[in-house]
Design a protein around this ligand. Structure first.
Ligand code: PMP
Length: 466
């Protein structure tokens, strides 16, 4: 019926875009365009490249949505998808188990911080965060602390699009038109050194952030706070690398007050920072739970999960409620195809790609950092293979450019014309390429960005906007 309505060749890119415009509800639409929004068609992918609707090859700067870590069109991953579907495409995790999920769990435990030996699989990042939060609620109910449920999140955070996970989000516009479980959530400042008050050193800024948490605990009462949730690096908030030993000190406060530390590694895990999990191996912290998704399958299959510290299970077993049920599970928890793909993906990462990512990240960061020479650029920041270019009104105030200038989108438009896809975020551009990117490709990326930002500067001046 859809094809008849479209009345165009189904193989034509324009035709597909037209069908999508008339029938898809795209993620994150505005009410002015919902149900009628044209988004460019991506036809195929290979390595670090995707091909768009015009047949143009683009470097996939954001690796899809920070997820295509091992690159597009890996035959060995395609083969695993096929083989596993032919062996066992699905089994009920309610009554049974399957080999890939068990073997993967053991492999993940081997990479997770010591004492974190269990995983609960989900369908993606939001459901992983949702699971971690519901587990915290269950944990405290069973331990006879039903009032210990508040969740501490931070400005600039992104944790998902399900009701409870989305309630933690703290970026501009996340809550303007959406309801949330705000009565369950407390917010702290974003640990963004670039936006620290003027005249304050980074050290003093970090002290202030820790003090803010300490005060929140004191005024709220530790007996009411169940969890602190934090991305090691705020990703969608603009690649916010926290200062100094901030994460360690936040972890210490959680330990002191029996608050579960949930490290949201949906972006930072699986090689983005050169390790399978970054919490301990990069930042030296041992969370109580780690949420992951995206890079676990490099986007070849929807899968996520929560690593859970084994001590939490000991606590539950010692409670007086041995028959209390954690009434939580997804039809696709422990999906055999997702787990089989994740195993092969992990083989690729372990077989040199993690090391390669660690080696190349220095070149990536230094080439992008050089863009700070351009007057529109206030800061380039990042770690590993994730980075953000933040544009400012001027380099003295460092005020961000206003929303309506859509500077990120302007830069992205120029980049696309030169063969690079970036992720525009209001006044920022975010970059997180596949880990397979080479030095030459990084150079090409940086050159395109340089030229595109210059063109954007000229354009803004010409239009009298900057
Ligand atoms: N947590 C973080 C840190 C994320 O970046 C995202 C997605 N961008 C999510 C959770 C939600 O993951 P998903 O979109 O797979 O539900």
């Amino acid at each position: 019926a859809i094809r008849e309505e479209a009345d165009v060749s189904p193989s034509g890119a324009a035709a597909i875009e037209d069908i999508a415009t008339r029938h898809l509800v795209q993620p994150w639409p505005t009410s002015g365009s919902i149900g009628a929004e044209a988004r460019g068609l991506i036809q195929s992918g290979e390595g670090i490249y995707v091909t768009d609707h015009t047949g143009r090859r683009l470097i996939d700067g954001p690796a899809g949505m920070w997820c295509v870590n091992v690159g597009h069109r890996r035959p060995e991953l395609a083969q695993v998808l096929y083989d596993q579907a032919m062996d066992l495409s699905y089994n009920s995790p309610w009554y049974t188990t399957n080999a890939p999920s068990a073997v993967l769990a053991e492999r993940l435990a081997g990479h997770a911080p010591e004492g974190m030996n269990h995983v609960f699989y989900t369908t993606g990042g939001s459901s992983a965060v949702e699971t971690a939060l519901r587990f915290m609620q269950f944990y405290n109910n069973v331990r006879g602390r039903p009032e210990k449920k508040l969740i501490v999140s931070r400005e600039g955070a992104y944790h998902g699009s399900t009701y409870l996970s989305a309630s933690l989000n703290g970026r501009p516009r996340d809550h303007d038109w959406m309801d949330s479980a705000s009565q369950l959530v407390l917010k702290l400042s974003s640990p963004n050194p670039f936006r620290r008050p003027s005249g304050v050193s980074v050290e003093a800024f970090c002290d202030g952030l820790v003090e803010e948490f300490r005060t929140l605990i004191a005024t709220t009462g530790a007996e009411r706070i169940g969890a602190f949730v934090a991305e090691p690096i705020q990703a969608s908030g603009g690649v916010i690398v926290p200062p100094g030993d901030y994460l360690k000190r936040m972890r210490a406060l959680c330990t002191e007050h029996d608050i579960l530390y949930i490290s949201d590694e949906v972006v930072t895990a699986f090689g983005r920072l050169g390790q399978v999990f970054a919490s301990d191996d990069v930042f030296g912290i041992k969370p109580d739970m780690i949420t992951f998704a995206k890079g676990v399958t490099s986007g070849y299959f929807p899968l996520g999960g929560v690593m859970i510290a084994s001590r939490l299970f000991s606590d539950l077993r010692q409670s007086n409620h041995s028959d209390a049920m954690f009434a939580h599970g997804l039809t696709y928890s422990s999906h055999p195809i997702g787990c089989a793909v994740a195993l092969k993906n992990l083989d690729i990462l372990e077989d040199g790609l993690l090391e390669q990512a660690r080696t190349i990240s220095g070149h990536f960061q230094s080439r992008l950092k050089a863009l700070e020479a351009l007057p529109l650029v206030g800061e380039v920041r990042g770690l590993g293979l994730m980075a953000c270019i933040e544009c400012v009104a001027d380099r003295v105030s460092n005020n961000p450019l206003t929303l309506d200038l859509e500077v990120g989108k302007r830069i992205d438009k120029h980049c696309q014309e030169m063969g690079l896809l970036v992720r525009p975020l209001i006044n920022m551009c975010v970059m997180s390429p596949p880990l397979t990117i080479s030095e030459n490709q990084i150079d090409e990326m940086a050159d395109i960005l340089d030229r595109s930002i210059r063109l954007t500067q000229d354009e803004l001046v010409r239009e009298g906007l900057w």
